[in-house]
Design a protein around this ligand. Structure first.
Ligand SMILES: Cc1cc2nc3c(=O)[nH]c(=O)nc-3n(C[C@H](O)[C@H](O)[C@H](O)COP(=O)(O)O)c2cc1C
Length: 248
């Protein structure tokens, strides 16, 4: 069975569109099989493995080779739990003020609040992530999913062009390398909630020139992912030999 057939059989859906019928090489297989892992074994990842992953991040391309990042590794269980507790507290406040489905302040007022917040922070709150915020607030979802190691990636404001793009590339190098070693990872954008804590910003070393960008939870996964997550098939605008065509 080819790699593409194996993946298609696993999802039972015709998810993979391009290239049809081809076999995937090793790198493509790693990209396609990686999933966000939200359940980890209670087993620490060896230090040298984490250093090896950071090395993969360090060798990512960046604009002007400016390498606008800083890696902060957290393997202290108490710190991880305390950050989760703080995020849960903030999620409760967000739910109270902005979640018009559940807020005790009333649907109209919560809607007004959330519309204002969406304008102020469009990328953070639109589309409104209330499903996940509610799970965090009620403790059904942990900020880092109980992963034993978390790598925070700070972006350096002095980077060339768009440092956040460089951070994303470095992070994805880490994520893919981890998957290739049998580890599970999950990007954690909800660290945004920690920005409301002076204590955590200080402890994580978030000060000029650094900005907290994203975090990646890492550990040994429990169980196996259940196939691919569906993706939209976007139109591809293709210009060649003076002509434009649309591919789906
Ligand atoms: C920048 C970024 C931030 C994310 N933040 C979170 C998060 O805070 N919590 C979480 O459980 N998943 C988070 N995810 C994972 C996405 O939900 C996931 O990648 C998406 O649903 C596709 O699923 P897959 O990664 O299994 O293919 C994030 C992903 C990215 C790229």
């Amino acid at each position: 069975m080819t790699e593409s057939e194996r993946l298609l059989t696993k999802t039972g859906q015709d998810e993979l569109v391009y290239p049809q019928g081809d076999d995937w090489n090793e790198v493509e297989g790693v990209i396609l099989r990686r999933r966000s892992v939200r359940n980890y074994q209670d087993k620490q990842v060896p230090e040298n493995v984490i250093l090896r992953l950071i090395e993969m991040g360090r060798f990512a391309p960046s604009a002007g080779n400016s390498q606008p990042w800083k890696f902060v590794v957290i393997r202290d269980r108490q710190m991880i739990d305390e950050m989760n507790d703080f995020a849960q507290k903030m999620a409760k406040i967000f739910n109270f003020l902005l979640n018009w489905r559940t807020s005790p302040i009333g649907k109209k007022l919560a809607m007004l609040d959330s519309q204002l917040m969406i304008r102020l922070q469009p990328n953070i709150l639109a589309p409104v992530p209330f499903g996940a915020v509610d799970l965090l607030a009620t403790g059904k979802l942990k900020l880092f999913h109980n992963a034993p190691t978390v790598i925070f990636i700070m972006s350096d404001r002095r980077g060339v062009g768009k440092p956040q793009v460089d951070v994303g590339i470095a992070g994805q190098n880490i994520v893919l390398a981890a998957h290739s070693m049998g580890l599970g990872t999950c990007w954690i954008g909800f660290i945004e909630l920690l920005k409301y804590s002076r204590k955590w910003m200080k402890k994580l070393g978030v000060q000029y020139p650094y900005k907290m960008c994203e975090a990646i939870a890492i550990g040994y996964p429990v169980g196996e992912p259940d196939g691919l997550v569906e993706r939209e098939t976007q139109a591809i605008y293709w210009h060649e030999d003076g002509r434009e065509k649309l591919l789906y």
